[in-house]
Design a protein around this ligand. Structure first.
Ligand code: PCA
Length: 201
């Protein structure tokens, strides 16, 4: 079972494309013979982690693929790292605004995403989807969810986070296709490609 997650709207927006894309990706994956479920996470530091933990417990997924909106990014953005840091620019949907607090006290500062992001980038670009690797998921709820997912998921279960653009930048249908393709790529071959993918800054 693949677990796709997306977020509810936040910051006063009416919609969040990540929940629409995640829901549609689950449908596409199931239709292609890969059982999948979509869970919508609240955009709150505490609630998102609780919902994620409950979903992992309930579905025991073989792959966890979380998505969130990154306004200002124009491509499918594959997160490589989660930081043990919460530093919220705006309050979350429950009014919480942690400043410079760890996601999990005493845990490592950074954790690598458990997904072959370079292999995925190649697959998405071959399918015509603009894609980039990202070295920061920020310090808001999305980064917290990736960090928490990496701590919660049983060993051997791939975990990844994808930031999607606004629907005006990339249609939700394309985002959904990308998420389903990411899941298929990871399940087919979880090994990373040995190709350069870094940036100087
Ligand atoms: N994007 C925010 C949180 C929820 C979402 O969709 C983020 O990037 O942290």
């Amino acid at each position: 079972m693949i677990l796709f997650t997306g977020f509810e709207p936040f910051g006063g927006a009416e919609e969040n494309p990540s929940r629409l894309a995640s829901q549609e990706a689950a449908r596409l994956s199931a239709a292609a013979g890969r059982p999948a479920v979509h869970v919508e996470l609240p955009c709150t530091f505490a609630g998102s982690r609780a919902a994620l933990a409950a979903a992992i417990e309930a579905y025991r997924p073989e792959l966890i693929l979380c998505a969130g909106l990154a306004e200002g990014r124009e491509r499918i953005s594959l997160e490589r790292v989660a930081l043990n840091l919460m530093d919220a620019r705006i309050p979350d949907n429950a009014g919480a605004q942690p400043v410079d607090e760890p996601v999990e006290p005493g845990a490592p500062l950074a954790l690598p995403a458990r997904m072959p992001v370079k292999r995925i980038k190649a697959a998405l670009e071959a399918a015509g989807v603009p894609t980039e690797l990202s070295l920061s998921a920020g310090s808001y709820v999305c980064n917290t969810v990736l960090y928490a997912a990496l701590r919660l998921a049983p060993e051997g279960v791939p975990v990844g986070f994808v930031h999607v653009p606004l629907a005006e930048q990339m249609p939700v249908a394309t985002q959904a296709r990308a998420l389903a393709l990411i899941a298929a790529t990871v399940l087919e071959d979880p090994e990373e490609l040995r190709v350069p993918g870094g940036a100087e800054y």
